[in-house]
Design a binder for this molecule. Structure first.
Ligand code: ZN
Length: 362
């Protein structure tokens, strides 16, 4: 009897220890280290990428290795029988809200998903479903071969965490802005609409190497293709605009925008008639996602160190150098951010089309 009680006691202690360790592992690092407060000021987009259902890895997409092999067969495969048909239908009909506002279908995200799972097969094919099933298996998910909100959410976690800016933001920190002397100026021919564009020199060099390969690949189909329309944006200018408009349209964008790093750029991908190149209207983003340029970018830009915010096909961040030391987001001017529920990265255009979509970005 005594031995049994000792055994139960031991098991209880073990369960506590394992549980405690598990909590320590999964606890999201919102708080400042050593902070006594259990609920410090948090970025408002926590729901977008935390806490994940499974432990995400941030290894590079399998696309780069998978795509370099022999041509894949898109007809066969080992996905569940109905998966391809389900994907073919849901591609344009799925009713869901991947970024907080209702959307129909997932075609906008199909190129990025294809790159993630390492396939060049069409979204409604068996080859695509099989590649997705393999990806699901490798990431601890059920091998359905079907694109659904859960599998997209799992990918989104990886894509968010592939952005150093997001990783830093997630800890409540806004990275520093480089001094003017540490910024390089883009050539006028690289700038869309004649704007003065400044970036960190390394980011500009990488951009130029990428443009040169994109040109060689034949994906620059318009004169404006890959022209930059926003680079470095000074935190002061963003904060002033935020207060003036009394509308930050997103905590991250104006209070702490990736553009303050000098490593983020908005480039011309494509635009539907009547829309600007940064309009987040679904019809406009769909045109971008169908463009050969965007399809080339999702596969090839990572080779040059660029990562994309998938909601904004035009927004790319260069990861080739560390972010500068920053400050707590909570310490930055908060004026104008009160009514925000969603988090756009960008809002450089004031066209009606852009304004209507901007409210609900990310
Ligand atoms: Zn941007």
């Amino acid at each position: 009897m005594k031995a049994l009680r000792r055994l139960l006691w031991g098991l209880g202690l073990l369960a506590l220890a394992v549980g405690g360790f598990w909590l320590w592992v999964i606890w999201p690092p919102w708080g400042q280290a050593g902070s006594p407060s259990p609920a410090p000021a948090q970025p408002r987009d926590v729901a977008a990428y935390a806490p994940p259902q499974h432990v995400p890895s941030i290894d590079p997409p399998s696309a780069l290795t998978a795509l370099s092999g022999a041509p894949e067969s898109c007809d066969g495969g080992d996905a569940p029988e109905t998966a391809a048909a389900v994907n073919a239908a849901s591609l344009t009909t799925l009713a869901w809200s991947p970024f907080g506002k209702p959307e129909t279908g997932w075609e906008i995200y199909a190129p990025r998903i294809a790159a993630e799972i390492g396939t060049t097969c069409a979204p409604g094919s068996n080859g695509f479903a099989s590649a997705l099933a393999r990806w699901q298996g490798a990431h601890g998910l059920q091998r359905t071969g079907v694109v659904d909100p859960a599998v997209f959410a799992a990918m989104l976690v990886r894509w968010h965490l592939a952005r150093p800016f997001v990783r830093v933001n997630r800890e409540g920190t806004c990275p520093g802005a480089p001094p003017d002397a540490n910024l390089a100026q883009a050539d006028p021919k690289e700038s869309y609409g004649g704007k003065a564009i400044r970036l960190r020199p390394g980011a500009l060099d990488a951009y130029r190497r990428m443009v040169s390969e994109a040109r060689a690949a034949g994906v620059l189909r318009r004169p404006e293709s890959l022209m930059i329309y926003s680079g470095f944006r000074s935190p002061d200018a963003d904060a002033q605009r935020c207060a003036r408009d009394n509308n930050c349209q997103g905590l991250i964008r104006t209070i702490c925008s990736a553009h303050r790093t000098g490593l983020a750029m908005d480039v011309f991908i494509d635009a539907a008639p009547g829309f600007g190149p940064d309009s987040s209207a679904d019809a406009n983003r769909l045109v971008m996602s169908r463009s050969p340029l965007y399809r080339w970018m999702v596969v090839n830009a990572p080779r040059f160190g660029f990562v994309n915010y998938v909601y904004e096909p035009w927004h790319w961040e260069w990861t080739g150098e560390p972010l500068l030391p920053g400050v707590p987001i909570a310490s930055l001017p908060q004026a104008g951010s009160e009514s925000v529920t969603e988090l756009p990265e960008d809002s450089t255009s004031r066209t009606p089309a852009a304004a209507s979509g901007a409210r609900n970005r990310r």
